[in-house]
Write a protein that binds this ligand. Structure first.
Ligand code: SF4
Length: 373
């Protein structure tokens, strides 16, 4: 067992771009947390003997729940792991929740890595995105977190944002660099269904940058982060030495994981399981002892496509021997025409095919061109 993911399905308010599973009604938070704790106790018992390397509190907004809930869940999992200090324990946090005492309480609970939703340093953009913090709050929160001594601090940045900002992208990147954090995750804005941005776009009120501008921003971001000592270990993830996210890397390595809470996904190496993405239904079914999840056996074709999709985005690339042994596919020989087309996008190192700088920008298209159907 590689990791445990715990989904906290509450947020203070709905960001304009977000389609994750959460509710802004927090009136039943305590009852929900009791049931999430119950699911954890029940399912963690079933994986006795599997070493747990990472815990990830994601959401939603995990920084909204009580410290005692975090502590109890970390302790519960720690009983199945010999050494808590070896474990990477990440908590996603929003800047406005990161008070000095709260940071200390998270640390005391066993959290050693923070992933902070900063997204931008442009006040106009933060308002457009309906974020619940200001740029100044984000900077101050990160300084407090650094003083609190977490082993690793990560921040999220979104690029390709609507043309409503007042600060040039280069200046926003400069502000991110000034944080001097260990890890940065960078995501291009995508319009998701049933979001405020999609709604505004459909009404012609939201103007987005064109593809060239989005690519220009991403290329600028990559260049700048590399110049400042970050390594791009996955298309969207940049780390300073020793700060690669172990939790996310294990997803890309195909390791099993346990997902707890509404909408959380689990994978045991063969079967994927996902909990109902509805808070009320999750609670109701849990209380009645009914099935609150669905499962799907992962067939070889799906497993191969998922391997391609996730691994081609990483610095470790595609293991040609693994592909031959697990899927009985000679990747290079069977896809000669495609590899000719992408000739300038990859290199072969030993038995690994690794996308280069140009290839990483095309990683998703590259993988889908090789997909098996
Ligand atoms: S981006 Fe994060 S804080 Fe905003 S609505 Fe989505 S989950 Fe909640």
């Amino acid at each position: 067992m590689a990791g445990v993911y715990i989904h906290i399905p509450f947020c203070k308010q709905k960001c304009s771009y977000c389609d994750f599973h959460f509710s802004t009604d927090t009136s039943y938070r305590e009852e929900m947390m009791a049931l999430i704790g119950q699911e954890l106790r029940k399912r963690i018992d079933g994986i006795q003997g599997h070493p747990i390397e990472t815990i990830y509190f994601g959401g939603g907004t995990p920084s909204l729940i009580r410290h005692s809930d975090i502590q109890e869940m970390v302790q519960e999992i720690a009983q199945h792991h010999e050494n808590l200090s070896d474990m990477e324990v990440t908590l996603e946090a929003n800047p406005e929740d990161m008070h000095q005492q709260t940071l200390q309480a998270w640390k005391d609970a066993g959290v050693n890595r923070l992933s902070i939703g900063v997204q931008s340093f442009d006040e106009a953009m933060l308002r457009s995105m309906n974020r619940s913090h200001s740029a100044a709050q984000a900077s101050e929160a990160i300084q407090r977190a650094k003083r609190s001594g977490f082993s690793s601090i990560s921040v999220d940045i979104i690029f390709g944002l609507p043309l409503e900002g007042t600060v040039p992208f280069e200046k926003v990147v400069e502000d991110f660099l000034a944080l001097d954090v260990d890890h940065i995750s960078a995501y291009a804005l995508t319009l998701e269904k049933r979001t405020a941005y999609q709604h505004r776009f459909d009404k012609g009120e939201l103007i987005l940058p064109d593809e060239n501008e989005v690519e220009r921003q991403f290329t600028y971001l990559i260049d700048t982060l590399l110049e400042h000592g970050y390594e791009q270990y996955e298309v969207s993830n940049f780390a300073r030495e020793g700060h690669i996210s172990r939790h996310n890397s294990s997803y890309w390595s195909g390791k099993p994981y346990l997902g707890i809470g509404p909408s959380a996904h689990s994978f045991d190496g063969k079967t994927r399981r996902w909990n109902v993405a509805n808070n009320r239904a999750y609670m109701d079914k849990m209380r009645k002892g009914e099935v609150y999840w669905e499962t799907e056996e992962i067939e070889s074709t799906t497993a191969f496509n998922e391997y391609l999709m996730t691994r081609s985005r990483t610095k470790w690339g595609l293991d040609l021997t693994y592909i031959q042994e697990h899927f009985n596919i000679d990747l290079l020989e069977d896809n000669k025409a495609i590899f000719d087309r992408y000739e300038s996008c990859f290199e072969i190192k030993g038995n690994h095919l690794i996308l280069n700088r140009k290839g990483l920008l095309l990683a998703d298209r590259f993988a889908s061109d090789i997909f098996q159907v």
